[in-house]
Design a protein around this ligand. Structure first.
Ligand code: MF3
Ligand code: CO
Length: 266
């Protein structure tokens, strides 16, 4: 069932989103070579508790941490650990916050130290895919407008556009209907919902340098690319309104979410 949120409910989701904005500002400062993904999780968890809120992911289907930390060939759902980040890694931090019963969910990829050109361009394209998807969130458009806009940014550079993991409705549950695919499929076109005011969705493209194919590791969570090449992931929670898309997980709608210049050697 798809539910439409009132202005007051969206305000609560925005308050959850404001905590996520501060989490990403924290990550900008602390993600660097020598730091473990478990340390990033611990600091994010402290910020969420200090804000008086709760982490969406911890305990979700038994998930053990407050963030997902996915490095390089890890696509999504990497579990924070003792793993120490190294110069040139690409780390995606994915996090959800619950404020007064309402969720927001977002993800950012971060350059650890100096990133090579190939990975920098991959992350830029994925961020561009998310921005294109957000811009397609207009009343009267359909889910396929979002999918087509996201997909085009990936195809342009011949990246693998991950099909198996999709965006989602969000509200009092982390995952609600509808599914929000990152590419246009026959199944999407058969059930292509019209966007209406009050619909709130998480859009979350994942682009890979190589194959779009993924597999799940033996820990039951960590999803990696089948060919071991690098993956990037960005996500925002977006409310559809008569005035256009409202991004609940950015400070300003126009904020750039990736601004890294590649080092000269790759
Ligand atoms: N942002 C992720 C998603 O929407 C949530 C991770 S699932 C969890 O798929 F189990 F880790 F919470
Ligand atoms: Co999500």
């Amino acid at each position: 069932m798809v539910t439409f949120k009132s202005k007051g409910e969206i305000a609560k989701m925005r308050a959850a989103g404001d905590v996520i904005v501060r989490i990403f500002e924290l990550c900008e400062r602390i993600v660097k070579p020598g730091v473990s993904t478990g340390e990033v999780d611990a600091q994010v968890d402290t910020l969420i508790r200090d804000s008086g809120n709760r982490a969406s992911f911890k305990g979700y289907m038994g998930y053990p941490a407050s963030i997902c930390a996915s490095v390089n060939e890890e696509v999504v759902h990497g579990i924070p650990s003792e793993r120490v980040l190294r110069d040139g890694d690409l780390l995606t931090v994915d996090v959800g916050v619950i404020h007064q019963g309402w969720h927001a969910d977002a993800a950012r990829s971060y350059a650890v130290g100096a990133l090579n050109t190939e990975r920098t361009e991959l992350a830029q394209a994925t961020a561009d895919g998310l921005d294109a998807g957000i811009n397609a969130c207009q009343v009267g458009h359909r889910l396929s407008h979002i999918a087509r806009a996201v997909e085009a940014e990936g195809r342009r550079r011949q990246y693998g556009v991950v099909e198996q993991y999709v965006g989602h409705g969000i509200g009092t549950a982390l995952h609600e209907e509808p599914q929000v695919p990152n590419l246009v499929t026959p199944a999407l076109l058969r059930n292509d919902m019209v966007l209406r005011p009050g619909l709130v969705i998480a859009i979350e493209p994942m682009f890979n340098l190589g194959t779009a194919e993924t597999r799940t590791k033996s820990d039951g969570w960590t999803v990696v690319t089948k060919d071991g090449r690098c993956s990037a992931h960005f996500e925002d929670t977006v409310a559809i309104t008569d005035d256009g898309p409202e991004v609940l997980t950015r400070r300003n709608a126009k904020d750039r979410i990736w601004n890294v210049t590649p080092r000269s050697t790759s």
